[in-house]
Design a protein around this ligand. Structure first.
Ligand code: PLP
Length: 467
């Protein structure tokens, strides 16, 4: 076909607006805001359709065991709320949240040593997820650096990504965040001229790592924060779910100026009500309220009243103990079966609270590549890669024991152990001919810390270019 010069009128029978050879799938593709470019489906949401199949044992989702709640009592309580004070419960409320609930939130935080909080410093949010979003909106400009544990809560990484922040991971071990590594990261960020906006940390029963920041490390982290004038965002949804001890003293209990605290009723009562909170110094609180008003006007009245009434009238401390017993039993089932069944070279954390075990595969196996084989074997987990902003974590996976019954957990671990064994066999066969097929891109090595600085997108790139 002849190529006509531009501007040549089309001849008879020639369509003046020919369809492009590759029609765009999304005609609005070039109009989206830059901040959407790094957005992607989380590893957890991507698994939803799979894990809801009845034949699959899901060790993937972090869903609390809400069936252990006194559902009839909660149902009547909510019914009575609406019939008794409908006008208020069904009306708009204040942007900062119901004053009565904010008082009760202060009582809850006192259990973790925060005894000086005033209800005026509390902002009620739609789960702590909204709290994370608000804090990020208030503090972070594109290109700013957020320090976060490696690995980190996937929902926080999503928020940071949409704010176009750069996440710099700080390593952890069985005792939580490593203070020396935090200091090193701060020194390097200073040397690079990076604007570090805050440290994001989950000190208790970490999601996904399952570890808890020890008391000496809490002190060390706060000393470093003081020395480097670092703001700390303490995200603490699991703090009251310890199996063997009283709640640890919150970072916020040590410093009311440089710690912003995020709390939630999702794990101690119900995630479906979507009630969380932020505790922040008054000046920050003011900005948070403006940001929440711009976003949602006010948190939902009905669910706030429901939580306040629950705390006022129901035995919530006993209910938390009940949850703790149930999760302890599930944790035990997980650890015992891992111990009995996992092939040599597999290691995992031993949580003493919360919902999660963080498992490291032997011999450099890749949890993401192995996932289809696991789903075929009817067991699901979350590949570690979702919890890193820098493409790290391929040899890790998160196992959640909060939702399945102990027998299901044992069966799930048994299936998983078989999948790993089969993968090891396959791996050794391929190692023999070394096709490189199973090798993921190397993790940054100490001394190449600049490569630890990534963002805003999760990088999923393999050596051979696959995503
Ligand atoms: C560490 C952490 N932060 C925040 C959240 C969000 O919780 P919610 O919005 O339900 O309060 C979760 C949920 O799993 C979490 O694990």
């Amino acid at each position: 076909m002849a190529i006509l010069p531009p501007g040549t009128p089309p001849g008879p029978g020639v369509n003046p607006h020919p369809a492009p050879r590759h029609p765009r799938l999304d005609p609005l593709a070039d109009r989206y805001a830059a901040r959407t470019h790094g957005m992607k489906t989380s590893e957890i949401r991507a698994l939803f359709s799979v894990v809801s199949r009845p034949e699959v044992v899901s060790l993937a989702g972090g869903m609390p065991a809400v069936t252990a709640l006194p559902l009839d009592a909660v149902g009547s309580m909510i019914g009575e709320l609406v019939s008794g004070m409908g006008a208020q419960t069904l009306q708009y409320g204040s942007g900062q949240g119901d004053p009565r609930l904010r008082e009760r939130i202060c009582d809850v935080m006192a259990l973790e040593g925060i005894t000086d909080a005033s209800p005026s410093e509390v902002v009620v949010t739609v789960g702590s997820q909204q709290g994370l979003d608000l804090v990020t909106r208030v503090f972070v400009d594109p290109g700013d650096v957020i320090l976060a544990e490696a690995p980190s809560y996937v929902g926080a990484l999503g928020v940071f990504q949409s704010a176009e922040a750069r996440v710099r991971h700080v390593p952890m071990d069985d005792d939580g965040l490593i203070p020396e590594a935090l200091e090193q990261a701060l020194i390097e960020c200073r040397a690079n001229g990076d604007r570090v906006k805050f440290l994001y940390t989950v000190p208790n029963y970490h999601n996904p790592a399952g570890v808890t920041l020890t008391e000496p490390r809490r002190q060390a982290v706060m000393e470093i924060a003081d020395r480097y004038d670092l703001l700390v965002v303490e995200d603490n949804p699991y703090g009251l779910l310890g199996f063997d001890r009283e709640p640890m003293r919150a970072l916020r209990a040590r410093d009311d100026r440089r710690v912003i605290y995020l709390g939630s009723f999702s794990k101690t009562f119900s995630p479906g009500l979507r009630v969380g909170w932020v505790l922040a110094p008054l000046a920050v609180r003011e900005k948070l309220v403006l940001a929440t008003e711009a976003q949602v006007l006010c948190p939902p009245s009905l669910t706030q009243y429901a939580v306040a009434r629950y705390l006022d009238t129901q035995p919530w401390r006993e209910q938390i103990k009940h949850f703790v017993e149930l999760y302890r039993e599930r944790r035990d089932a997980t650890l015992e079966s891992l111990e009995q069944l996992m092939p040599a070279g597999t290691t995992w954390t031993k949580p003493d609270g919360g919902f999660y075990v963080w498992l490291k595969l032997p011999h450099g196996l890749d949890a993401k590549l192995m996932q289809p084989r696991a789903v075929n074997a009817h067991v699901a987990y979350v590949p570690g890669i979702g919890f890193y902003a820098d493409g790290g974590g391929r040899e890790y996976m998160r196992l959640s024991y909060c939702y399945p019954e102990p027998d299901e957990i044992r069966e799930g671990v048994r299936r998983l152990a078989r999948v790993i064994e089969a993968e090891l066999d396959l791996h050794s066969t391929f190692d023999a001919v070394d096709t490189g097929t199973f090798r993921a891109a190397a993790r940054p090595t100490p001394g190449h810390e600049a490569e630890n600085m990534v963002g805003p997108a999760n990088s999923d790139t393999y050596e051979d270019g696959r995503a």
